[in-house]
Design a protein around this ligand. Structure first.
Ligand SMILES: Cc1cc2nc3c(=O)[nH]c(=O)nc-3n(C[C@H](O)[C@H](O)[C@H](O)COP(=O)(O)OP(=O)(O)OC[C@H]3O[C@@H](n4cnc5c(N)ncnc54)[C@H](O)[C@@H]3O)c2cc1C
Length: 377
């Protein structure tokens, strides 16, 4: 979010930008540990719009983010997302979402179990009622490559990336004047964007704002299998399991759970979850996954917004020159292009053809009006 916003501020609005990043290796940044997949199968129109705009940007990324002759390759592929339903209510939810998604320009098809079996012969369909498949515009890409491409383009347009940990702010009335960093440095600016991902709440607290954003660990398991799954999309099983191809193998995981603790160590991978929950679900949905070998696993933090599972993007209430983009709850990698472009325009008082961020304004916290996103995986 920070690199994308910096890139658009410098590239499209000609502003002088400084990015303060406490760890320029991005070792724990969500953007370095993401599954970096993109979909339009959301329940909120703003999310469909942001992901559609971002998709078009990702398709053009080599041009948009080229620096001289260096055209970044972000490896976008579009095999789709496949949401599966096994109950009447699950099928009704898919049908309702389908109508909304089509209305907002997403390219989806609802598939009966027979159609699913015809299209994906490796899939166990006997207990399914319906599937929703993205025909175009859904898939995955190389997230860390996108982060680096935004950063390189921003730097080429004059932005500075500095190693510094923001700790607090100097202010006068309702205006922020400078960021104070742990190393004692002070960075003055006309406008400030808080884009500290899962760690945004403590900084917002310095501004008297309680952002409901916390780091929730998500494990991703990498496995090999002799099974061949031609045309395999990112599959979301009724059990909550998700899996998709990655390189020569596959990755999989489970959705967030209520009551997940905040910020457990990232090296505490829950291997029991894989053996006891995910593998049985994998083998049930794809009989070929009976034979698989767990190759590795990694974990990262979702920057989970417990208020409504959606991003907080726009002006920070009560402040004249402070903005944020945080709390995207697991769909921030794909939305960074659109959010970065729209937020940069807001900060600069300029224009962007990215979707308006009004629906994601943090004002909704004060008004107690959640914009609940039902499709969080
Ligand atoms: C396992 C996993 C799978 C995911 N899968 C997907 C997916 O398929 N599709 C999708 O769209 N999204 C996915 N996401 C979510 C996505 O990765 C995030 O929404 C996105 O990366 C958030 O970007 P960000 O810039 O807000 O946060 P980050 O990338 O975490 O960046 C925040 C940065 O702020 C820095 N920072 C924090 N505090 C300070 C401070 N005080 N001073 C200076 N710097 C500070 C951090 O070091 C960090 O580099 C996934 C996330 C995880 C963990």
């Amino acid at each position: 979010m920070g690199a994308a916003t910096a890139c658009f501020l410098a590239r499209d609005h000609g502003l002088q930008v400084t990015v303060l990043e406490r760890d320029l290796s991005y070792a724990q940044a969500s953007s370095a540990l993401s599954a970096s997949s993109i979909r339009q199968q959301f329940s909120q129109p703003v999310n469909i719009a942001l992901s559609l705009w971002s998709l078009q940007f990702l398709r053009r990324a080599a041009d948009e983010l080229a620096v001289d002759n260096d055209r970044p390759a972000i490896g976008l592929v579009e095999p789709g997302y496949l949401y599966l339903a096994a109950t009447d209510s699950g099928a009704a939810t898919l049908q309702a979402s389908h109508a909304l998604q089509r209305q907002h320009g997403a390219d989806m098809a609802l598939l009966t179990p027979g159609q699913l079996a015809g299209r994906f012969p490796w899939l166990h369909t006997a207990d399914l009622q319906l599937g929703s498949l993205g025909l175009t515009g859904e898939g995955w890409f190389d997230g860390p490559a996108l982060l680096q491409a935004f950063k390189r383009k921003a730097q080429a347009c004059g932005a500075r990336f500095m190693a510094a940990e923001a700790m607090g702010f100097d202010r006068q009335g309702a205006r922020l004047q400078a960021v104070r960093c742990r190393d004692g440095s002070l960075h003055a600016a006309d406008a400030f964007v808080l884009a500290a991902g899962a760690w945004s709440a403590p900084l917002a607290g310095q501004l008297g704002l309680a952002l409901p954003v916390a780091p929730k660990k998500r494990d991703v398991f990498v496995f090999d299998t002799p099974a061949a799954l031609p045309g395999c999309p990112l599959v979301i099983d009724p059990s909550g399991l998700w899996f998709r191809p990655e390189g020569r193998g596959f990755i999989c995981g489970a959705p967030p759970r209520d009551g997940d603790p905040d910020a457990p160590p990232l090296d505490a991978i829950d291997h029991a979850q894989f053996t006891e929950q995910l593998w049985p679900a994998l083998a049930h949905r794809v009989p070929g996954f009976e034979a698989l070998r767990l190759r590795s696993a990694w974990a990262g933090y979702y920057e989970m917004n417990s208020f409504d599972h959606n991003g907080l993007a726009g002006a920070l209430p009560g402040w004249d020159n402070a903005f944020t983009a945080c709390g995207f709850s697991g769909h921030g990698m794909q939305q960074a292009p659109a959010v970065g472009s729209a937020l940069a325009a807001l900060v600069a008082g300029g224009k962007s053809d990215a979707p308006e961020l009004g629906a994601l304004s943090p004002q909704r916290l004060l008004a107690n009006q959640p914009l609940l996103e039902a499709n969080v995986i």
